[in-house]
Design a protein around this ligand. Structure first.
Ligand SMILES: [Zn+2]
Ligand SMILES: [Zn+2]
Length: 399
């Protein structure tokens, strides 16, 4: 019978006499072997000889050094996939570690969940279908925060390009909030770790900004929510990353269909509109384009609370309760998939992806119902980045 080895392990680098650090060879880890190294450098230098201990099915982590699709072996910067055994539905992988939690000046007014992650004021279930009517002063506060939200989204969108990580986009959003004396609403909302949701390709929504660089050909949804003057703004758009994305017919179809579906839903908003109605228009348009509508996530009331009544589903024949009245504020935020509408959540408990790995797009506005119609509080500015593009013309086969 052996005894537990309590001696401090030495670095397994052949030319190294350092004590081992916390760094383990991920391949060995997967194979159930112990092998500690003192540093990434030492690990890399010794890879050529070390990999022999893995047997035949070894893969070369150095091959991942400069590709954004990091798998479970840490690359040069120590990036890794935290869920290597999870059955991912598409090509996208999380690229950890997440950056440390971003700080805010004490002077910025926080929503009630900022400290411990629990949105206490949203958890009052008396009159849960009752929708708040905002007075003039409250409507002006919503106008102000929504305009700021648009500014922040536009700043973030301008920073999106191939090679930039979603964590960097998060930093851009966080700083743009601080500059406006605003709190980034997602930060610690039900413990969400970051200040914005970044959802590329097959991610439906609630993607966590991480170390994956954007690639030419990605589509990326940025969902910005900010809190200022006691009110939340909530808006999102999907952007093409690089020219490759704009030349991909499937990507353009799902993105433009979703953009148009939101516009069609907004057209019908006025006093008396039933909350179950927008879904009929959204799904009809999606189906016309061969796309499907995600059912799991809905539009929501937004004002002093981030998510509250009413619920506004985006699919047809839903049973949402209630009707729009002047002075109400809510979002409509359809998620459209080019394949299945069915979703699955990653083990991070946030990232929602399509079950078949197909691409999805989302667009969102915060709306104020007026006496005669609707005011789009988060409307685009004349110089806002992004915007509709035509379907790419198919490359003609030479005859
Ligand atoms: Zn949003
Ligand atoms: Zn929303």
């Amino acid at each position: 019978m052996g005894a537990q080895d309590l001696e401090k392990p030495k670095c397994q680098g052949a030319d190294c006499s350092n004590d081992a650090g916390q760094l383990q060879c991920p391949k060995c880890q997967k194979l159930g072997k112990d092998s500690f190294f003192c540093s990434q450098d030492c690990f890399k230098r010794n890879w050529g000889t070390h990999k022999a201990v893995h047997g035949t099915q070894s893969s070369n982590p150095l091959g991942n050094l400069f590709t954004p699709k990091v798998i479970s072996e840490p690359d040069a910067e120590g990036h890794y996939n935290p869920f290597p055994t999870f059955p991912f539905t598409g090509p996208l992988r999380p690229v950890y570690p997440l950056s440390p939690r971003r700080e805010l000046p004490e002077s910025i007014k926080r929503p009630d969940y900022a400290a411990d992650g629990t949105p206490y004021s949203e958890q009052i279930f008396i009159n849960r279908n009752k929708v708040k009517i905002l007075n003039n002063e409250e409507q002006n506060a919503m106008r102000k925060v929504c305009k700021m939200g648009r500014e922040v989204l536009d700043i973030a969108a301008r920073a999106c390009k191939p090679g930039v990580t979603t964590d960097y986009i998060d930093e851009v959003v966080h700083n743009a909030c601080i500059e406006r004396d605003a709190y980034p609403s997602p930060l610690n909302y039900s413990k969400f770790p970051k200040s914005v949701c970044t959802s590329p390709n097959e991610v439906i929504c609630h993607g966590i900004p991480d170390q994956r660089p954007l690639e030419d050909g990605d589509i990326l949804n940025l969902d910005v929510s900010i809190y200022h003057g006691g009110f939340h703004a909530d808006l999102n758009e999907t952007y093409y990353i690089g020219d490759k994305a704009m030349a991909d017919p499937d990507s353009v179809r799902v993105v433009e269909t979703c953009r148009e579906a939101l516009d069609k839903a907004i057209e019908i908003v006025k006093p008396g509109m039933l909350f179950r109605d927008p879904g009929n228009y959204i799904e009809k348009h999606a189906k016309n384009r061969g796309c499907s509508v995600v059912k799991t996530y809905v539009g929501h009331g937004v004002h002093t609370l981030f998510h509250t009544a009413p619920n506004i589903p985006h699919y047809a024949k839903n049973k949402a309760i209630g009707e729009a009245k002047a002075g109400m504020c809510f979002t409509i935020e359809p998620m459209i998939s080019i394949g299945t509408h069915k979703d699955k959540t990653w083990p991070d408990n946030w990232t929602s992806v399509t079950q078949d790995g197909s691409r999805t797009a989302q667009f969102e506005h915060t709306l104020l119902v007026t006496e005669t119609g609707v005011e789009v509080l988060t409307a685009r500015f004349p110089d806002s980045p992004g915007g509709a593009i035509p379907m790419p013309t198919p490359v003609e086969a030479s005859s």
